[in-house]
Design a protein around this ligand. Structure first.
Ligand code: F6R
Length: 607
């Protein structure tokens, strides 16, 4: 989703900003732009589509100057066009980049039009830059920013430059993440530390409501009411994680294949081999301080939460609920003192998940984050953090982060099971032993490649498909359907297999592909009966089960894929692999942009 960069003091500002924008590409965007101040003038370049178009525009007409801001836009208000791309400029005096949504932009625009302001775009962002210009008529820079921020409803991260003040950038944050980076006689602004890391490893994060004035040799921070505040400079690891596609065609293919390794990392981090225990010794709460747990996330992360519900119920006596962050944040929640709220997010920046966390924090709840990006807002603002240790995930469709999330949630369920006395030590030992073998089983399951490549055409040609599972396999069915629709743009629906006869069975027609997840677990026989019901109505069933000496007793199954075998708890990890590959190959055959599916973003920083 939208990305912001800014630099002051650098003599190749345009080039530096373009490089930083390239590091934000993974978030998803549809247009981009950079503005610099040069010889007392605002100089702007914008382009629709990939950054390469902006690069071409810059090659034709380079941007000079020592100060500038840049942006990758993911359209919210106003279509994808050059005029709607950021930066926006008002009265040839002030220029702005914005991430977020201004909810009262229509009202503000009316007011500004009445004051004679002329608008060029359909964006909510342009309202902010005109409002600043209006306020500058009577106020100095800091006061005009303070006054403008007060008038805005909604969420934002902003970068602003002023024609008459060629030595400073203003940054402001409410809801959307923003960080300041420090260099030698030059300073920077960025949506995340990843964007800034090519320039510096010294960083300060802005908190909600704060704004800053960045000059090349120092930075001042202010709270919402304009009071000056001191903030810590964090030193991030200066080692650049080398992350490229290697020999793979797409990041997603690489990330799928990396899963044995990332799981190994997670297991190494969280299993104490010497003591046959779980290495979460710093868990901050005592057993009698928690009696219920609520897991919250969006999209794939929500599916991880749903998966975890089955494990928490199986392994602990806690009351467990699961919520979609965008629903949770506006509901009338009954907060209880002994509840633990767990926020699951790869990026750690998802606006809805962050807002749900913020709500829990404001209500004095116990909060825990399960994140991949440890410098993220969700990690920083949670009481306790469990990193998933997956490394950078670039493909917009989450793969290794999903397995990483469910691994850590499974380990947390084991931890709470032991802590509460719900799980016996001897059972923990057995489960940990099985868990240690999981990466190898994933490696073997990853080998079932050719069959899935062939099968994927049928899903592309069909009007739609269904993914069915029961119990532990149900969240995986949802995740399989999400992967297929987001990558191949074909309709796919995940459903609990036992619910089909209550409505969705009407969708089944001759030749419709249906994936049935039926591992040999407690639900196996029931799922096989449900599978027969769809076969009887003409479905082409792809059965995904685990290897066993017992044959599947059913006729007319179209195709079967067998994953490796392990204990019931861990089968969901293995079932996920063929589903990720099915989505990948379907999109590959259609020639779609696998790492950046249309309309989607990696870091969803608007609600
Ligand atoms: C789907 C996908 C999304 C994300 C969701 C939450 O493949 O990746 O559904 O899971 O946008 O993102 P995070 O985990 O960053 O909070």
């Amino acid at each position: 989703m939208c990305g912001i960069v800014g630099a002051v003091g650098h003599d190749r500002c345009g080039a530096v900003l373009l490089d930083a924008l390239k590091r934000l590409e993974y978030r998803g965007y549809d247009s981009s732009g950079i503005v610099t101040l040069h010889n007392g003038q605002i100089d702007l370049r914008r382009a629709v589509g990939k950054l390469v178009h902006l690069e071409t525009a810059l090659a034709a007409q380079p941007l000079n100057g020592h100060i500038g801001i840049g942006h990758t836009r993911w359209a919210t208000h106003g279509g994808v066009s050059e005029v709607n791309a950021h930066p926006h400029v008002a009265a040839n005096r002030v220029s702005i980049v914005h991430n977020g949504i201004i909810e009262n932009s229509t009202l503000l625009k009316k007011f500004l039009v009445s004051k004679g302001h002329k608008f060029k775009s359909q964006t909510d962002t342009e309202v902010i830059v005109h409002l600043i210009t209006e306020n500058l008529k009577t106020e100095n820079i800091v006061d005009s920013i303070k006054k403008t921020l007060k008038a805005l409803h909604g969420s934002f991260a902003l970068g602003i430059i002023f024609k008459d003040k060629p030595d400073l950038i203003v940054g402001a944050r409410r809801g959307s993440p923003l960080a300041v980076g420090y260099g030698p006689n030059e300073n920077y602004l960025g949506s995340d530390s990843y964007a800034l890391k090519s320039m510096t490893n010294k960083i300060t994060y802005l908190n909600d409501g704060e704004f800053c004035v960045i000059k090349k040799d120092h930075v001042e921070f202010f709270s919402e009411d304009g009071t000056k505040i001191n903030k810590k400079v964090l030193e991030l690891s200066s080692e650049e994680e080398k992350y490229d596609k290697g020999d793979y065609k797409h990041f997603m293919a690489k990330e799928i294949e990396e899963q044995p390794l990332t799981l190994k990392n997670g297991i190494k981090e969280y299993i104490d081999n010497a003591n046959d225990d779980i290495n979460i010794y710093n868990f901050p709460w005592k057993k009698n301080e928690i009696s219920s747990i609520t897991l919250i996330g969006c999209g794939t992360a929500y599916h991880s939460c749903l998966m975890a519900k089955y494990w928490f119920e199986e392994l602990t006596s806690l009351d467990v609920s699961v919520d979609i962050a965008s629903e949770f944040r506006y509901r009338k929640n009954r907060f209880k003192k002994d509840s633990l709220y767990v926020f699951v997010s790869q990026s750690g920046e998802t606006a809805d998940t962050y807002a749900a966390l913020d709500l829990c924090n404001k209500n004095g709840m116990k909060t825990c984050a399960v994140v991949n990006v440890i410098e993220s807002s969700i990690a920083r603002d949670s009481e306790f953090v469990l990193p998933i240790h997956c490394g950078t995930e670039i493909g917009v469709a989450s793969t290794k982060a999903f397995l990483g999330q469910i691994l850590i949630l499974y380990i947390l369920a084991l931890k709470l099971g032991i802590l509460r006395g719900d799980l016996e030590r001897k059972h923990l030992s057995r489960k940990l032993n099985d868990l240690k073998k999981l990466p190898e089983l994933i490696e073997q399951t990853l080998l079932t490649d050719n069959k899935i490549q062939n099968i994927s055409s049928t899903f592309n040609e069909a009007k739609g498909s269904m993914f069915l599972g029961r119990g532990f396999s149900y969240p995986i069915a949802l995740e399989g359907a999400l992967k297929l629709k987001e990558l191949s743009y074909v309709h796919a629906e995940g459903y609990p297999a036992g619910e089909m006869k209550h409505g969705p069975l009407a969708l089944i027609e001759e030749g419709m592909p249906v994936v049935v997840l039926a591992p040999r677990d407690n639900y196996y026989k029931k799922t096989i009966s449900n599978m027969q019901e769809v076969i009887a109505r003409g479905a082409k069933v792809l059965l995904i089960t685990n290897k066993s000496s017992d044959e599947v007793i059913s006729e007319n199954i179209w195709e079967t894929i067998e994953v490796e075998s392990t204990n019931e708890d861990l089968l969901p990890f293995l079932l996920t692999i063929p589903l990720q590959k099915l989505a990948y190959y379907s999109a590959l055959k259609k020639g779609f942009d696998i790492d950046k599916p249309r309309n989607l973003a990696k870091s969803v920083t608007v609600e």
